[in-house]
Design a protein around this ligand. Structure first.
Ligand SMILES: *Cc1c(COP(=O)(O)O)cnc(C)c1O
Length: 373
């Protein structure tokens, strides 16, 4: 599914030198490497404040803590996403309100959000799934109307750009009140270990986020909030600073892979290729197909036998996970989420794929469907 070794080898000399420099400097926590990455990420995202932290899950947790949400407050979140989003809501004693997603883009819509709002709703977490932005403008009209905070889960879509109707282009993560991202190795901007970041354009929130990420400390040994210990390693920051320079190039490579697949599968009626959200670029964290007529698992097995890895993101709606039974509530029957969990299949997509791999995968997918008809 990924080729982290191949990607490393292309930037090895730069990365190795940066790591050596960190070792020599011995400033392993914060220090110049973290500050440099923070500044460069701020300018890349076009956001005023980036607060680096230990991982994407912490980023989401710290964001919810900084908004001052109280036990019992409701946070609207899609049921079709990675567990972290709902987990932190539950962990803080808040009520996750799990909602369906759009069947084409896999993201929240304004209608879905509005239907879920009650007097207890305080925030929503749009997850920009698989590499493209949620259609934020209509959602922001709803959140303004009800005075709700927006925490973007941008773990999968760093580098994507959303265009508003007035032609304003904003990078995902810099749209809502707070944006959260992850530098888990397989993410589009991946570290060589764990890492994450929080961003905001609000100075007051930025101060609070920064304090909470560091034991709620306002100055050394003076604690204003109950916080956590969540720091980005200097070594990871040094690696990320280098990879950030290549992030747009990485996205272009992923888009080329997606275009290849799109063309190869265009004629297969039982496959739905990824639908593009018209207002967003797509950085293809995943290339996710919808497989018709209950053939998903058969296709997965067929490809597995030919040595082609595939993944199911995600096999079970979050509201049906054992851990969340009796937690929060769901809105409606979440039939789309249920259906997607039965029919989605993600193909290998990464920065190191070559023509030979692509044609082998495409040929085998086509062969499977030729046999089916
Ligand atoms: C990866 C991911 C996270 C969590 O990131 P970690 O760095 O692994 O904690 C959160 N949300 C989504 C949608 C993700 O894909």
């Amino acid at each position: 599914m990924v080729d982290l070794k191949g990607q490393y080898l292309r930037v090895k000399s730069e990365i190795d030198a940066a790591i050596m420099q960190c070792l020599e400097s011995t400033s392993f926590i914060n220090g110049p490497a973290v500050q440099s990455f923070q500044k460069n990420l701020e300018s890349y995202l076009g956001v005023q404040h980036v607060i680096p932290c230990a991982n994407g899950t912490d980023a989401l947790q710290i964001a919810m803590m900084a908004l001052g949400l109280k036990p019992g407050d409701e946070v609207i979140v899609p049921a079709f996403t990675y567990v972290a989003t709902v987990e932190v809501i539950a962990l803080l004693g808040l009520n996750p309100v799990m909602v369906d997603v759009d069947p084409n883009t896999f993201n929240l819509t304004d209608e879905i959000v509005e239907r879920a709002i009650t007097a207890h709703t305080r925030a929503i977490v749009p997850v920009h799934l698989f590499g493209q932005s949620t259609n934020m403008e209509p959602i922001m009209k709803v959140t303004e109307k009800y005075n709700l905070s927006i925490i973007e889960d941008n773990a999968q879509s760093i580098g994507a750009t959303y265009t508003f109707t007035d032609d304003r282009c904003v990078k995902t993560g810099a749209i809502g009140d707070i944006g959260c991202t992850s530098f888990y190795p397989s993410k589009n901007l991946g570290a060589y270990g764990d890492g994450g970041a929080i961003c905001t354009n609000n100075q007051e929130l930025a101060n609070k986020l920064r304090m909470i990420a560091n034991h709620g400390q306002s100055e050394k040994y003076y604690h204003r909030y109950i916080g956590v210990n969540s720091r980005l390693d200097a070594i990871q920051a040094a690696i990320l600073d280098i990879k950030l320079k290549y992030l747009d190039e990485y996205a272009t490579t992923r888009q080329k892979v997606a275009a290849y697949y799109d063309e190869a599968f265009a004629e297969i009626e039982l496959l739905q290729i990824p639908v593009r959200e018209p207002n967003s670029t797509h950085v293809f964290h995943q290339y996710t197909l919808i497989v018709g007529e209950g053939l998903r698992d058969k296709l997965k097995n067929f490809l597995h036998e030919r040595g082609i890895p595939t993944m199911i993101y995600y096999p079970l709606p979050l509201n049906e996970q054992e851990a969340f039974k009796g937690r929060g509530r769901k809105v409606g029957d979440l039939l789309i989420t249920k259906e997607l969990c039965q029919s989605v299949l993600s193909l290998p997509i990464h920065t190191e794929m070559n023509e030979e791999q692509l044609s082998y995968i495409a040929d085998n997918v086509r062969e499977f469907f030729q046999k089916m008809v």
